[in-house]
Design a protein around this ligand. Structure first.
Ligand code: FES
Ligand SMILES: [Fe+2]
Length: 444
């Protein structure tokens, strides 16, 4: 990246910081640790614990509980009565029920077991509902203090919901020290203005290791071979496997790889960025002029289960009515389900090989174009040693699989999603075919 580009990123970062700190304090009243002055580095920093984008704003309606997990720990996200986002550990502090099956009433979270209600701040507001009168009468304050939700800081920004995940939820949200900066993760830090683009979104779950999926998205070579017949781009095909002039730029916030065509007149083919801990951005062509950008958020749900939210932004086909007529959203879903299906077997078997310890330095040989994966690994190995995220909520093979059973969003594991999408395509095609026939009948 040019000096000019780096300067621009820094300016944007500091401009956004003031707004973000105000928002955080307003929404969640969390403390924001003062930023140390930036220092030049080509070593990627960032922790496995910190800001994760876990959901789109529009996916979270009022009165809806969104259940998921991070590094095995079940969590719930919802909106309180001021529409602020709340993220809590999915554990009722009365008798340890999950909130799955509970509800939001007047902006308060209601437990499905005995009906305890929790305010936006996390304290129980109807303790008399869950204790006998003589206890309430004499010890109300003590009980009210004990029964309190466990929370994580969270914020909504540019249509994304981010949570600050540490693995240690707290009853008092003011006790968190926010050590990593959200600005490092948000797309506009990297010169990508989402308001200029139209977008579609697909969410899928894999029964595979989180790391393998991120690697898959940093691996340019496989798209020609695995997805060559699915991706509608004449440059992507089994027959046109080519090598690129690769340029890798690293700083403390991201690893960026530009793949330029060998034929200089054709310019840049693709740019891929990895932004810790789980975001990948893929630009078709040069980032500054790209007409198609993907933002992929990878969420480590559990040891063998990961969620990917793919948002694909485009500068073409922005007319909403036209998009509805040609069923753009449904067709994009179909395309992405197919792309992920093509990856799925590889990801699952690679997960097994990793868990068996077969994917180690001496067993696999990374090639030139795999440099991005190599740099990702360099960062990841240090981060795992330092943060040990899987040791925060360890599970065993006997651990109850309720969250896995209820939550899988990937079509092969949850075929109703793909069936619904196909049904919508067929139904809409039929309606479009019947309209002219109806006109003809009327005219006759
Ligand atoms: S376990 Fe939640 S109210 Fe009793
Ligand atoms: Fe893939």
């Amino acid at each position: 990246m040019s000096n000019e580009g780096l300067k621009k990123i820094k300016e944007l970062k500091f401009a956004n910081k003031a707004t973000l700190n105000t928002e955080l304090k307003k929404n969640n009243e969390v403390k924001v640790k003062k930023e140390a002055s930036p220092r030049p580095s080509n070593q990627l920093e960032g922790s496995l614990l910190g800001w994760y984008s876990v959901l789109s704003s529009y996916s979270l309606n009022e009165n809806k509980l969104y259940s998921f997990s991070m590094f095995n720990e079940p969590l719930i996200i919802y909106r309180d009565n001021d529409s602020n986002i709340k993220c809590i550990k999915d554990l009722c502090p009365h008798r340890g029920s999950s909130f799955i099956g509970g509800e939001i009433k007047d902006g308060e979270l209601v437990c499905p077991y005995h009906g305890a209600r929790f305010s936006s701040k996390g304290n129980c507001t109807n303790i008399d509902r869950i204790t006998c009168n003589h206890i309430v009468d004499t010890n109300y304050d003590n009980y009210a203090k004990k029964i309190h939700l466990y929370q994580y800081p969270c914020i909504e920004r540019d249509g994304y919901i981010y949570i600050y995940y540490t693995g240690k939820a707290k009853t008092d949200i003011n006790e968190f020290n926010i050590e990593s900066k959200l600005e490092q993760t948000i797309p506009d830090t990297y010169g990508f203005n989402i308001s200029e683009y139209e977008h579609e979104e697909v969410t899928v779950d894999f029964k595979a290791d989180w790391v393998r999926i991120i690697e898959n998205h940093l691996d340019i070579l496989h798209i020609f071979w695995v997805h060559g017949e699915t991706i509608p781009d004449k440059d992507v095909s089994k027959n046109v496997i080519t090598s690129f002039d690769q340029e890798i730029i690293r700083d403390k916030y991201q690893i960026q790889s530009k793949y330029n065509h060998k034929d200089k007149d054709k310019g840049e083919f693709i740019t891929i960025k990895f932004i810790p801990p789980g975001r990948v951005m893929i630009y078709k062509g040069a980032p500054e002029t790209s007409r198609y950008v993907q933002v992929l958020d990878h969420i480590p749900l559990a040891q063998n289960r990961a969620r990917v939210i793919v948002r694909h932004y485009r500068k073409f086909l922005k007319n909403k009515l036209l998009n509805r007529i040609i069923m753009f959203r449904q067709l994009q879903h179909k395309l992405f389900y197919q792309v992920f299906k093509e990856d799925y077997l590889i990801l699952r078997t690679q997960t097994f090989n990793h868990q068996m310890g077969y994917i180690e330095k001496d067993n696999v040989k990374l090639l030139g174009e795999d440099k991005m994966v190599q740099y990702y690994w360099d960062w990841l190995q240090n981060a795992f040693i330092r943060d040990k995220p899987w040791e925060l909520h360890p599970t065993t093979k006997n651990t109850n699989s309720i969250h896995e059973d209820m939550g899988m969003l990937y079509p092969p594991e949850n075929p109703s999603l793909a069936i619904k999408n196909m049904r919508s395509i067929r139904m809409n095609t039929l309606i479009r075919a019947l309209i002219p026939i109806g006109f003809i009948i009327l005219l006759i």
